[in-house]
Design a protein around this ligand. Structure first.
Ligand code: GUN
Ligand code: FE
Length: 468
């Protein structure tokens, strides 16, 4: 299939937090770069004329026009804000350990294998393709502590056709890390980070020259988290971020243990310490953020920092549920993430479901032996499935300041096409609950990878299950 110029069909999206919109039988026209130029609705004047013209243009240039069937619909491609690519081979493994043991005994020995660039490339390509097949068209990745391995991951994403932001991880404290897997020194960690930024910028420029509708590859400054970095590295990374106006990603306030490490070391919270190093700012994405005091929350809102909400992972390692609603109401930007492999699933659908369920458990509490009046968080905490969809799409787009995440004019046409009557894919429904809100809820709760038939990034087909 070649590059799309126009699509006729029904599309769900969440242009604003809280609600959703169904664009029923809409004609979406793209410019030559795969960005949305015009959206014409059934009720708009000139609709029939435009549709006829689009069909005729499609007949002249096969593959440039797509018409969805009545059982098909489109959702914006998802934005996953937190993935550890080198951990993909252990997804689902050893989740019964506490975080520090899991990192030390399982995760770091596995991540050390990214020392082999060929292995890094193979894992990265498999992961990027898998994520695309689950509808994730943009992804913010942690690479490993290796410069080459992390660069191979970035290259693999360009080959898979996924829009990616990739970081070379900094973990330089010899007291906190194995000798077989760490930066040699704070100075080398900073030099490698600078070099990584430059190399990814070149890769992006090369691909833009040679690949039509290339969606972009970007670098992120990536201190793993406070417990694995020296103050010298953290301060130096803050300066690099400011000098390059770069993306920055880390973990913040994940669980009791990490929280305690920051308080013992600095006498302040993780969030306050990261802010002091200049690491909380626009285009900064902090994973987890479950242990957020009111003042930590205010700090995130003031600095324009985004929370990457990782609801499945939090059920294992965070000792708590993330207060999404409280942070949203305080003006904090939030997106959704799988946190592979703290989260076992590569699917943001699974994380949308868990985000809704965890928010309800936070509100109501879970121990039935505690009186109902004191069992829960004591404030409204639940989020709706449409709010979770916003986090998975436009929330992530806002975090990365990328024009994706909805079907509004000027945004890249990143879309996942679902067949809602595909056999054995759970969504049959017999046409009974067909109000738009019911249709969307069914899709978000029940879609399987089999339901996702095609995926486009900037109007370029990257997954076509019907062609397999
Ligand atoms: N904190 C530091 N590194 C990690 C990681 O790889 N996964 C999770 N869940 N938390 C972390
Ligand atoms: Fe993580």
């Amino acid at each position: 299939m070649s590059n799309l110029n126009a699509v006729l069909g029904s599309f769900f999206h969440t242009p604003a937090y809280g609600g959703f919109e169904l664009l029923e039988r809409a004609l979406i026209e793209l410019d030559g770069r795969g960005f949305i130029e015009r959206v014409t609705l059934l009720s708009d004047e000139g609709y029939d004329v435009r549709v006829i013209a689009a069909r005729e243009a499609g007949a002249r240039e096969p593959g440039t026009f797509m018409e969805l069937g009545s059982d098909e619909c489109g959702l914006p491609g998802f934005v996953d804000l937190h993935v550890h690519a080198p951990q993909w081979p252990q997804a689902g493994v050893a989740l019964d350990e506490p975080l520090d043991v899991w990192l030390d005994q399982r995760t770091f020995p596995l991540e050390a294998r990214f020392a082999d660039p060929a292995f890094a490339h193979a894992v990265g390509l498999d992961l990027a393709r898998t994520l695309l097949s689950r509808g994730t068209t943009t992804c913010l990745y942690f690479g490993s502590a290796h410069l080459e391995g992390s660069f191979e991951l970035a290259r693999a994403c360009t080959e898979a056709g996924q829009r990616a932001v990739v970081g070379k991880v900094v973990m330089d404290d010899p007291e906190a890390n194995h000798d077989f897997y760490r930066d040699a020194s704070p100075a080398s960690a900073l030099a490698d980070t600078e070099e990584f930024l430059g190399r990814v910028e070149h890769l992006d420029a090369d691909c833009r020259r040679t690949v039509e509708r290339f969606p972009g590859v970007f670098a992120a400054v990536t201190p793993r988290f406070i417990p694995s970095c020296t103050d010298e590295a953290l301060a130096g990374l803050g300066q690099i971020v400011a000098a390059h106006d770069a993306y920055v990603q880390s973990h913040c306030n994940e669980g009791e243990w990490e929280h305690g490490v920051a308080v013992a070391r600095y006498g302040k919270t993780d969030a306050e310490a990261l802010a002091d190093f200049g690491l909380l700012r626009p285009k900064a994405v902090m994973a987890h953020c479950t242990f957020m005091s009111e003042s930590d929350t205010a700090l995130f809102a003031q600095t324009g920092t985004t929370v990457a909400h990782c609801p499945i992972s939090n059920a294992y390692f965070a000792d708590s549920a993330c207060p999404v609603r409280r942070m949203h109401e305080a003006g904090v930007k939030i997106g959704l993430a799988t946190d592979i492999s703290g989260g076992f699933s590569p699917s943001l659908y699974e994380n949308i479901r868990m985000a809704v369920m965890a928010s309800r458990m936070l509100e109501s509490g879970v121990d039935a032996l505690v009186p109902c009046s004191s069992r829960g968080a004591g404030r409204p905490s639940r989020i709706s499935v449409a709010e979770a969809l916003y986090l998975a799409t436009k929330g992530g787009a806002e975090a990365l300041e990328l024009p994706v995440g909805s079907f509004e004019v000027g945004r890249a046409f990143d879309v996942q096409i679902l067949d809602t009557r595909h056999p054995y894919a759970d969504l049959t429904g017999f046409g009974i609950f067909d109000a738009p809100a019911d249709r969307l809820a069914r899709i978000l709760y029940l879609a399987t990878p089999d339901s996702i038939r095609k995926v486009f990034v900037q109007g370029r087909c990257v997954i076509d299950r019907d062609a397999l």
